[in-house]
Design a protein around this ligand. Structure first.
Ligand SMILES: [Mn+2]
Length: 315
């Protein structure tokens, strides 16, 4: 099979000492709870549309100069949850084995794909007291169990919260606007912090960004993993997802949030999940948004990495 992503993220074919970012796909949507979306083919689709994008970011970074490689997809057996969990864990471990400070970027798959990746990233990370998880989602995904049990795209935030170094002080969910009562009660009980999408129109985007930064800084968090469920966007910007809920973020709002977050924190990994190409428009509007956002976020992180290097050298 042709690895179409390689020509875009073309910083060599293998992880070497200069590689900063490694992209991989998890073509797995078994743990979604509705039949319509086919997010398992999203990694392939995002690679395809990525190749139609121009090779520079909005602020003029040349994408081939970003040290990104695409190493393809993790082999998945759709219904074999335990095997996939192990496969994903081993895959991420092997990436770190090849380069300790690599920044993994995962393309899902349904939102449950984020759980084993977040756990593998966190388990590998030494300074756990400075590690936080930022989730963008229309939903809390905080059910204890959902249709297939404890593993589901609707329980992902809860499973992340269950990780022993994740607490309500280093986990934040942003963009919520479709929360069911059992989830509301559970998250109240555990004092889970989340910022609803309406806060942007109520208090402005910069206020929301300040609050996100304050939340993690108060907890002395310096390193973030960022998980982006594409349903955090307004369906007018990203219609191709299983639960298209009105009142979401624009591409530009998310772009601005990620730009600031990448400046204030060290992003040690991120993912984008829940894109369902079969529900997209013929123009691929949602896949394009996903592809664009991934390269823009990489460039923000990359700018920050080189600034940090510069500062170190000056000192
Ligand atoms: Mn989700």
């Amino acid at each position: 099979m042709e690895m179409s992503g390689v020509s875009f993220y073309d910083y060599g074919g293998v992880i070497d000492k200069d590689t900063k970012f490694v992209i991989f796909g998890i073509p797995w949507d078994y743990l979604t709870s509705i039949k319509a979306p086919n997010s398992a083919i999203a990694p392939q689709k995002i690679r395809e549309v990525t190749n139609n994008l121009a090779l520079s970011t909005e602020m003029g970074t040349e994408i081939p100069k970003l040290k990104v490689i695409d190493i393809g997809d993790i082999p998945i057996e759709n219904e074999n949850v335990e095997k996939n969990l192990k496969e994903i864990k081993d895959f991420v471990k092997e990436i770190y084995h090849q380069k300790e400070d690599i920044i993994p970027i995962m393309i899902g798959g349904d939102h449950f794909c984020s759980y084993p990746v977040i756990k593998a990233v966190g388990d590998n990370f030494q300074k756990r007291e400075e590690f936080g998880v930022l989730i963008f989602d229309a939903h809390l995904d905080f059910y204890e169990e959902w249709d297939k049990g404890v593993y589901s795209h609707a329980t992902i935030s809860h499973r992340v919260f269950d990780i022993n170094y994740i607490k309500n002080t280093n986990l934040l969910i942003v963009g919520t606007r479709d929360i069911d009562i059992p989830e509301l009660k559970l998250s109240e009980k555990e004092k889970i912090h989340y910022f609803d999408a309406y806060l942007i129109s109520e208090h402005g985007l910069s206020n929301l960004i300040d609050n996100i930064v304050d939340f993690f800084q108060k907890s002395k968090i310096k390193y973030l993993y960022v998980s982006i469920d594409i349903d955090v966007f307004d369906p007018s910007a990203a219609p191709a997802t299983g639960y298209a809920i009105p009142g979401g973020l624009t591409y530009r709002e998310m772009w601005q949030i990620l730009k600031v977050i990448a400046k204030k924190f060290k992003i040690i990994g991120f993912d984008l999940v829940e894109l369902a190409p079969n529900l997209d428009l013929p123009s691929n509007i949602t896949a394009n948004l996903a592809a664009k956002l991934i390269s823009e976020f990489i460039s923000f992180i990359s700018l920050n990495l080189s600034e940090n290097n510069h500062e170190t050298k000056k000192v």
